[in-house]
Ligand binder design. Structure first.
Ligand code: GMT
Length: 375
């Protein structure tokens, strides 16, 4: 098939899923065309089946807000027409689904029909989408898509609850490439981080408020009172500085390392014993899946789709949002006993395997085929 993919080309979960999906489809022999404003973060190599079409937005003094959505729609018209695409797959409803709708209407005037699949990733529904500013457009463009997928059952239900959606939504969860994400022998690195055999806790995110990164620091402060431990904070964003200050205020800064944005996340996860995800909202929790694939159990909230990924008492534990005491207590429970920790690690990997790329990719391929046939 010839597939067009529209996404945010950043390190964010939706961009990662879209890029990894495109790469995997290209490996299976499909021709994949990315249409974005920047080269996607993980698309920095050559493949005969992968194409990248940049969307450039002209800046005129008249425009306080350059019309990216229109530039994207125009580029999509071009790419679909001249590359003769079979399907357009847009990740994140805003503004990709509405740009695809516009492109589709324009293409119809050339006698070209292009089916559009929209994948909902989370914040496009739970934060931004609910915003009254966008709600009518989000509702309309989801209903106008030929196919709609969501990354968890919970997100599917949220979408039906928040919007007046007439379409069937297919749940296709996030996936993991176990060739890349697996436990790597990084003993020298572990020794450097935890020279006295301390347990290593880790958090990776974009440090947005929705991640409740302050809770990570507060949970860790309670854990380190009970057992020797270190905390790795990976990523960057608005809340990082707040967390740095908080760890100083709590007198635990010597045990906390802020590593900033990192490419080789799997290497950091390989030296970690426990992943903390105290998010306010999380449609799926790709970062937790990456951890589990590297044999790292998860302490998370029970928000959004997290209960579909993190299994209570098996791969980790789940607590209510803001239950710092509870998350700290369960962290210590897992970490204090060597055998118990090993069992949780095994369970985490076993469960991560269910989301292996090879299992999820055919779900997308079958869905494309269904939509193309129906349309
Ligand atoms: O979590 C983020 O900050 C990034 C965000 C995004 O929109 O790219 O990730 C969302 O999509 C991921 C891939 O489907 C999911 O695994 C994340 O759970 C989801 N984030 C939220 O719902 C907060």
């Amino acid at each position: 098939m010839k597939i067009g993919i529209v996404c945010y080309p950043t390190f964010g979960g939706s961009g990662v899923v879209a890029t990894e999906l495109g790469k995997a489809l290209a490996d299976r022999g499909h021709q994949v065309h990315f249409v974005t404003y920047n080269q996607p973060a993980r698309l920095d190599f050559f493949s005969e089946n992968l194409f990248y079409h940049e969307v450039s937005v002209s800046k005129y003094p008249l425009f306080d807000y350059p019309p990216y959505e229109l530039a994207l729609a125009s580029r999509l018209v071009d790419v679909v027409r001249f590359e003769k695409l079979d399907v357009l797959h847009v990740h994140y409803a805003i503004p990709h689904a509405s740009a695809a709708f516009m492109a589709k209407q324009i293409l119809a005037t050339y006698g070209i029909f292009i089916p559009v699949v929209t994948t909902l990733h989370g914040t496009d529904i739970t934060l931004v989408g609910k915003d009254r500013t966008y709600k009518p457009v989000v509702t309309f463009s989801i209903n106008q898509s030929d196919g709609v997928t969501a990354v968890s059952e919970h997100l599917k239900q949220d979408t039906y609850n928040f919007f007046d959606i007439k379409k069937d939504i297919r749940v296709i969860p996030n996936f993991i490439d176990l060739q890349r994400f697996n436990l790597k022998p990084k003993d020298h690195f572990k020794k450097a981080i935890a020279p006295n055999g301390e347990r290593v806790l880790v958090h990776t995110s974009n440090f947005r408020k929705v991640k409740r990164t302050e809770d990570v620091i507060k949970i860790f402060a309670k854990v380190v009172e009970k057992i020797p431990a270190k905390l790795l904070m990976v990523g960057d964003g608005g809340e990082r500085i707040v967390c740095e200050q908080l760890s100083r205020d709590l007198g635990i800064d010597e045990h906390v390392r802020f590593l900033g944005k990192q490419d080789a996340i799997e290497e950091i996860l390989s030296v970690s014993d426990l992943f903390l995800m105290p998010s306010q909202s999380e449609s799926f929790g790709l970062a937790a899946l990456e951890a589990m694939a590297c044999k790292v159990p998860v302490i998370s909230t029970n928000a959004g789709g997290l209960p579909e990924l993190n299994i209570e008492g098996v791969t980790g534990f789940l607590k209510d949002i803001g239950d710092i005491e509870g998350m700290a207590e369960r962290s210590v429970y897992i970490l204090e006993d060597e055998q118990r920790l090993e069992q949780f690690k095994e369970n985490a990997l076993a469960h991560a395997k269910k989301f292996e790329l090879a299992n999820i990719l055919p779900e997308y391929e079958n869905y494309y085929n269904e939509i193309v046939e129906l349309s």
